[in-house]
Write a protein that binds this ligand. Structure first.
Ligand code: FUL
Length: 474
């Protein structure tokens, strides 16, 4: 086996990335003066007096997120218009000059507290691009202003799981040119919140590259380090508030991690994907979109293709002028959560037994994939790139979903696999796929069978598997 492939197989996630993988599905909240001006991008000169939600209730946001099975929430603490949802000491452009809670409110705190008391994690979005702040474009001065704001958010609101840096900038050719001091921002985050991942314009979590919910068939977490180049990320990000960007994607980007791609790379890194899209056409609330909440089928499809395709799913929910998530969105979220729960609650492998064509040693027995423990796993000896595992469910069961998980703590290895079921003495195809990674959800028409076979047809160095689950959708 070539050196590059073995090297690729050994690239591992950091602890903060591992914890992030386990988050799987979480919410995005876009809320600011735009909610009251009915815009997507603000102008930066909005009067703070506009910000006046009448019934704001962060607990309701968190309940809606939890009803869909989300494990966290990321809040737009400051969007491109510069209005701060917390009373920052470094600007007057914030909630402190709004009528909301008589200028005494702190929305970042309310949301962070609501998350904490409901047992989900909290993350922050802080737009690097700032249309209001006069020092924006005066690079050194703005960098210190930005770091001050970042420090406030990283110190005053408890544990933060993610800092989300948007690549968007619509300054245009004659606009201000700010040179961001990314390295200093990252250092500050590492010191103050070492467990937080830095996403999009950051080294830990890769933006999937579109806002339309498009997902790749083969999503690799091990990719060339060149993809961490913030300038390239910014070039691909939104440059204009044209109402179209959120619907586009570039199919040229579909292969980021195959053998062909990584062979040409200088350095490989663990840089897993996050799929971000909105439940409505816009990121912010617009009353005219009340009847354009995405249908359940569409959301389920993105869920299965992202969470079940080795990517995390960040779904945006825009609160309305009341400061509540609209009834239509809330209803859709609980339908989504119910369907996910109904499908993936009862694992039909409770009594199952697994036998593999090869195993490295006793500690890596095939039955480790059935024990519900993500620490234990199966693997064949080093250098064995293909293997088979036969699962005996002990009796006939009817099912239409199989969920596979690699032991990503040691790397991402599997390149292709197939699944079969036994009909009498004959093995018949069930499904086939490419990468597995953290999680792969396989869907197929319902079958009734006792025996299932997983064949790993190609992998890097040697494959691993930590979980094999079988379900029946309702
Ligand atoms: C984009 C922004 O321009 C949108 O307004 C939104 O915040 C989205 C998540 O990222 O780049």
């Amino acid at each position: 086996m070539e050196k590059t492939i073995k090297e690729a197989a050994r690239v591992k996630p950091s602890d903060r990335q591992l914890a992030w993988h386990e988050m799987e599905f979480y919410g995005f909240i876009h809320f600011t003066v735009n909610t009251f001006t009915n815009r997507e991008w603000g102008l930066g000169n909005e009067d703070p007096a506009l910000f006046d939600p009448s019934e704001l209730n962060a607990d309701q946001w968190v309940e809606v997120c939890k009803s869909a099975g989300m494990k966290g929430l990321i809040l737009t603490c400051k969007h491109h218009d510069g209005f701060c949802l917390w009373p920052s000491r470094y600007t007057e452009h914030s909630v402190k000059n709004s009528p909301w809670r008589e200028g005494k409110g702190d929305l970042v705190k309310e949301v962070a507290d609501a998350c904490r008391s409901a047992g989900i994690r909290f993350g922050i979005y802080l737009s690097p691009w700032d249309l209001h702040e006069p020092t924006y474009g005066d690079s050194i001065t703005y960098n210190s202003f930005f770091m001050n704001q970042l420090r406030e958010l990283l110190t005053d609101y408890g544990d933060i799981f993610c800092v989300w840096f948007d690549g968007a900038c619509g300054e245009g050719p004659n606009g201000k040119r700010q040179v961001y001091d990314w390295e200093s921002y990252y250092l500050l985050i590492r010191v103050l919140q070492p467990g937080a991942v830095i996403s999009v314009c950051g080294p830990d979590v890769r933006w999937c590259g579109n806002e339309a919910g498009h997902t790749r068939n083969s999503e690799w977490s091990v990719v060339p380090a060149a993809l961490q180049d913030n300038e390239k990320i910014q070039e691909k990000s939104q440059q204009e508030d044209d109402g179209e960007f959120a619907k586009r994607y570039d199919s040229q980007d579909d292969d980021l991690g195959s053998r062909e791609v990584i062979r040409g790379a200088d350095k490989l890194v663990w840089y897993p994907a996050e799929v971000n899209t909105s439940i409505r056409p816009g990121w912010f609330y617009h009353p005219e979109e009340d009847d354009q909440v995405k249908p359940l089928d569409e959301l389920l499809e993105v869920y299965v293709r992202s969470v079940g395709g080795n990517a995390n799913f960040l779904l945006n929910l825009p609160p309305d002028k009341r400061g509540l998530i609209h009834e239509n969105d809330a209803r859709r979220m609980s339908e989504l959560g119910q369907t996910i729960m109904d499908t993936y609650r009862d694992n039909l492998c409770a009594e199952a037994v697994a036998v593999a064509s090869a195993q490295m040693d006793d500690r890596h027995d095939a039955n480790n994939i059935l024990d519900g423990n993500l620490d234990t796993y199966w693997c064949p000896p080093e250098g064995v790139e293909q293997a088979e595992i036969e699962i005996d469910l002990q009796e006939q069961k009817t099912f239409d979903r199989i969920v596979l998980m690699e032991q990503i703590r040691v790397g991402q290895r599997i390149e292709s696999f197939s699944l079969e079921w036994k009909d009498g003495d004959v093995w018949k195809p069930l499904d086939q796929g490419t990468v597995i990674g953290y999680k792969r959800i396989c869907r197929f028409g319902k079958v009734t069978a006792r025996y299932i076979k997983l064949t790993i047809t190609a992998s890097r160095w040697y494959p691993t598997l930590t979980s094999f689950q079988v379900f029946s959708s309702k």
